[in-house]
Design a protein around this ligand. Sequence first.
Ligand code: PLP
Ligand code: COI
Length: 344
Amino acid sequence: MEKQHIDWSNLGFEYTKTDYRFSATWLDGQWSEGELVTSEYIQLHEGSPALHYAQQCFEGLKAQTAKDGRILLFRPELNCERMQNTSDRLSMPRVPRELFLRGVVEAVRANASWVPPYGSGASLYIRPLLIGVGANMGLRPAKQYEFRVIVCPVGSYYKSGGLAVVSLAVSDFDRAAPHGLGDVKAGANYPGGLYATRKAQELGAYEALYLDAAQHRYIEEAGSANVVIATKDGKLITPSSSAILPGITRRSIMEIGKQVLGMPIEDRPIDLRAEIQSFNEVAACGTAAVLSPVGKLWYDGAWHRFYGNGESVGPVMQELYDTLCEIQRGERPDSFGWTHEVTL
Ligand code: PLP
Ligand code: COI
């Protein structure tokens, strides 16, 4: 199979139209079989609850080419579980596991020429989407749904590229309410962050870092990624909160920290003011962000710098990044059983 002729190494995190997308519909309690379609447009009824009341959710995962040419997905069953939890919270029907995984695999397989080659540094980003459609006006669940899986080749999420140091600015705005939607992947969690991100960027940061909405005291997460911290006393810590997205990358990094690096790990509330002096290395992590070391943080009117005066990548984040990427690219035995091959 011949690959597309594109400059794989210089891709950003952008939409590219690929050849096929997978689409299945739900009506009267039943999911259709699902099929590959070629049009990138969805014809929507103007009354669709996805448009009026944001009754929609999405997922994000990646496929990569291994050294031996296999195409590998990373923990896709966890994306399926998370989409099911999100659907429950948004009163949408669950996409059954078999349909979710088949949709992902078929979309990747049909677009195999778009999966970036091994060594390019790029990957195929997979975006499953579930939207409430059909005529509706009052605030009630949609009567029809579409599950769609689109794929695009992407490079690094933050413009710096690769394992480069980024910066965050603590936001005055809240991302999610304590008992709101923060722990599910609802699209509705994101547009409010566009303004907060713009404010963070005006300060020279890449993105906003949110604190808990009740007290503005505990670290929650960045706009599009979770946070992990290596402390000066050798622990790997990550914030626990009922209002943050339970990231699959974060969960994997914590497991790598424990099992591969042998670090004590803690998943607990992290009081920014009280603990910032104990942070040695900080990173943002997620499917799109992978693991992006945070060199400096704008907080309380000043920049706070972490490892190497905020200019270099520390050894813990380097090793976590290398181990994660090696597993994802099949360069290291997958002792955790995290990768899932897409056979062509
Ligand atoms: N937090 C937010 C707000 C996100 O959008 C994402 C991305 O999906 C993450 C965290 C990281 O989650 P994951 O590692 O599952 O991609
Ligand atoms: C992901 O990392 O998959 C996400 O969904 C984050 C998104 C804002 C690009």
